[in-house]
Design a protein around this ligand. Structure first.
Ligand code: ZN
Ligand code: ZN
Length: 279
């Protein structure tokens, strides 16, 4: 079975049922209605096998040409070896569900720690008290596993860089320190704006207001990116890091996804360098 991974992309509806697609290779306009519908269907997957791909493209006038365009022209589809990594999805059940749909097979989305701890641990943290939850996610990491966390922060979804002890990059706790620091220093002339302070407090669940949970749609989008980056780090996927620095922290705005990247320094307050859980 040939398996393909689908790079994250965004679609904008155009008049007459066409779409504009923001793909790895640039911005394109698709006017063919069948092709536009196929792209809408593909946007629901992060991976697809060849049979399903052919079915999905079936409504287009020239399916083989479109398939070739998706691969070569748009850079949207890359073949992955079927022995892709096993993933352990962690988080509340309702948060895991939209992530699970981002993986094709049971092997990729094994939910049971007993069956298969997996090379990857993707944890959705969709609750207040982020710092404690991030530390717990780090502590739960098995030897050799790579950790990616997804969580809401202010009006954005955060995806931490694929991390494991010894990589020498910022761990999820370093990322949290970085985000809070950025919030408190983000005001004009270095002054703290009230909005920034409230966002930081809200992220920690300290301001008494209801915690803003990530919607399934946000989780699915972030999960797709997390999966692709992790596969790059594990050497399963090629061609991704040409345009995405996989070691950067991602902040994804809601609605029409706009992604901000940041290289996060190791936090002086974090102990990830000299505490190596599981190693
Ligand atoms: Zn750290
Ligand atoms: Zn220590």
């Amino acid at each position: 079975m040939t398996l393909y991974s689908i790079a994250p992309f965004a679609l904008t509806d155009m008049p007459d049922d066409g779409v504009a697609i923001h793909a790895p290779n640039g911005l394109f306009t698709i006017e063919d209605r069948g092709a536009a519908d196929a792209l809408r269907a593909l946007s629901l997957h992060s991976q697809i096998d060849h049979e399903t791909l052919v079915e999905t493209l079936g409504g287009c006038s020239d399916a083989p040409a479109l398939e070739n365009f998706l691969k070569q022209g748009l850079g949207l589809i890359h073949e992955v070896r079927p022995a892709a990594c096993a993933v352990h999805l962690a988080g509340d059940p309702e948060d895991i569900e939209p992530l699970r749909s981002m993986f094709l097979s049971e092997t990729l989305a094994s939910p049971s720690e007993e069956r298969e701890p997996g090379l990857l641990r993707i944890e959705a943290i969709n609750r207040p008290n982020l710092s404690d939850s991030l530390a717990a996610a780090r502590a739960a990491l098995r030897p050799g596993q790579i950790l990616v966390t997804l969580f809401p922060f202010g009006p954005e979804t955060v995806v931490t860089p694929p991390w494991r002890p010894g990589l020498g990059i910022a761990c999820p706790c370093c990322c949290m320190d970085f985000l809070e620091e950025a919030r408190f220093q983000g005001g004009r002339r270095g002054e703290l704006s009230l909005g920034d302070a409230l966002a930081a407090l809200q992220a920690e669940g300290c301001d008494g207001r209801p915690f803003r949970r990530l919607a399934s749609r946000d989780l699915a989008y972030a999960g797709r990116i997390a999966a692709a980056r992790s596969e790059t780090v594990l050497g399963i996927r090629r061609g991704w890091d040409d345009w995405d620095d996989v070691r950067s922290l991602l902040r994804i705005s809601h609605g029409m996804p706009n992604i901000t990247r940041a290289r996060v320094p190791l936090s002086p307050a974090c102990d990830c360098l000299h505490h190596a859980p599981g190693n």
